[in-house]
Ligand binder design. Structure first.
Ligand SMILES: Nc1ncnc2c1ncn2[C@@H]1O[C@H](COP(=O)(O)OP(=O)(O)OP(=O)(O)O)[C@@H](O)[C@H]1O
Length: 419
């Protein structure tokens, strides 16, 4: 099981399901309707109706409607970022159309920040290319790129007022002092910060400073907005407010935004499309809803709270790589993934008789934790899995670490899809 970022789930890989897959085309809306609760909440943000799914091919970049504007084929971001940093090698393809918010999600050290820094021009490309609205930017110095950056720790100029921090970019772009200040005042007003215009950064709260940083980035009318963990430095309450505000501002933003985050909640609330990076490579991309329903790596399964296995299907039976079989309702052949949520697992002290579950495995409790009124149990044995049960059920079973149990899952609660 790989580490994850607090979405509250735990995925399992009974069969070494560390496959690498690209995005696939998806009939997302239908699946949104049929999805389970975890997937539902992962996909439940208003913006995702806006975008089609999967890795955009050339046809996705043909004229399309994005708000009022018609998007030309050369508009937006088109990049392949190859960066070598010591032993680490990043090699990711990234595309975004104007109005789209793309979140780069991945575990520590995956290369998200390196990708963002490469887009900003702060680290050079070892190979690949970077085009923005059709213009090649690989050799353009950072200050000359039409790119706005918001870092997690704001990086406001401490000696300048909020107004002058925001006016700085337009000034650098050639606006007169009066013009730049007027524009900055407009942005601060839009961010609800008009009364803090004269404040130096040290007088601002974390949430206010972050909004000034966003105003500063947007005041230059960037064609690419980069947000590096923009909410990470905020406390939980402020984070909630700033996330909601950021979502509104991103919805109004007409160019491409790329957001780096560890936090799947930020990603799903703010982004139209997720690009999941592991070990310098894109392992999956798609809308939050798609990714939640069809995780293809342990890391993603963990984020979205599903048990994930890989095996070979022969009609309704999936034989796991090096493990037992799982009966599913889907009729498939060949390599597949199988998922089921922890809530689909029922635990029994004795081998159950007369239950309709065809998936029954002998397991041992490896660990337990309380989650609200539920107990989450990590099980090892025939099939490693995570199960949720009520505190009452756990007490009745006398569940404890080391206890031997039978775990059952109905075929109808599983979901198989091609690997
Ligand atoms: N200046 C550097 N020199 C050499 N290697 C570096 C440098 N900066 C980062 N790396 C390595 O590059 C890899 C990717 O780091 P990066 O910061 O891009 O990952 P990340 O996904 O943003 O991680 P995190 O979420 O922890 O910030 C890591 O293995 C890191 O050790």
């Amino acid at each position: 099981m790989t580490g994850g970022g607090g979405f509250g789930g735990s995925g399992r890989d009974g069969g070494g399901a560390a496959a690498r897959g690209d995005g696939e085309n998806r009939d997302r809306e239908n699946r949104d309707r049929e999805s389970g609760s975890t997937a539902d909440s992962f996909g439940a943000r208003g913006r995702d109706e806006q975008q089609e799914q999967g890795t955009p091919g050339p046809s996705d970049l043909e004229p399309r409607s994005s708000g009022a504007a018609t998007v030309r084929s050369r508009d937006g971001l088109d990049a392949r970022l190859v960066v070598r940093r010591g032993a680490f090698r990043l090699d990711v393809g990234l595309r975004g159309v104007p109005g789209e918010v793309v979140a780069l999600l991945g575990p520590n050290g995956a290369g998200k920040t390196t990708a963002l820094r490469a887009l900003a021009g702060l680290v050079p490309l070892t190979d690949g290319y970077l085009r923005l609205d059709g213009a090649a930017l690989e050799r353009t110095p950072p200050e000359a790129r039409p790119v706005g950056v918001v870092f997690q720790d704001y990086l406001l100029f401490p000696h300048l007022t909020a107004l002058d921090n925001v006016a700085f970019g337009p000034r650098c772009q050639g606006a007169s002092k009066a013009e730049a200040r007027a524009l900055a005042a407009e942005w601060l007003e839009r961010m609800g910060l008009a009364e803090h215009a004269g404040a130096k950064p040290r007088r601002l709260s974390g949430g206010q400073a972050q909004r000034v940083a966003l105003a500063r980035a947007l005041a230059t009318s960037p064609r690419l907005l980069l947000l590096d963990e923009p909410l990470a430095a905020l406390d939980a309450r402020t984070r909630l407010d700033v996330r909601a505000q950021l979502r509104r501002h991103l919805a109004d933003f007409e160019a491409v935004a790329v957001l780096v985050t560890h936090d799947p909640l930020d990603a799903m609330v703010l982004a139209d499309r997720l690009v999941v990076i592991e070990d310098g490579r894109v392992v999956q991309e798609g809308t939050p809803g798609d990714i939640a329903r069809h995780p293809r790596t342990d890391y993603i399964a963990h984020l979205v709270g599903l048990n994930l296995y890989q095996g070979v299907a022969d009609r309704h039976v999936v034989r796991l790589d090096g493990g037992p079989a799982i009966t599913t309702t889907e009729d498939l052949t060949g390599p597949v993934f199988v998922t089921f949520p922890p809530s689909a697992v029922t635990l029994h002290g004795e081998r159950p008789t007369g239950v309709s579950a065809r998936n029954l495995w002998r397991c041992e409790v490896a660990g337990m934790e309380t989650r609200g009124d539920q107990i989450r149990a990590d099980l090892t044995g025939e099939l490693p899995l995570t199960a949720d049960l009520t505190t009452v059920a756990a007490a009745e079973l006398g569940l404890h670490t080391g206890a031997e149990v039978w775990a059952a899952v109905k075929a109808t609660q599983t979901h198989a899809y091609p690997a």
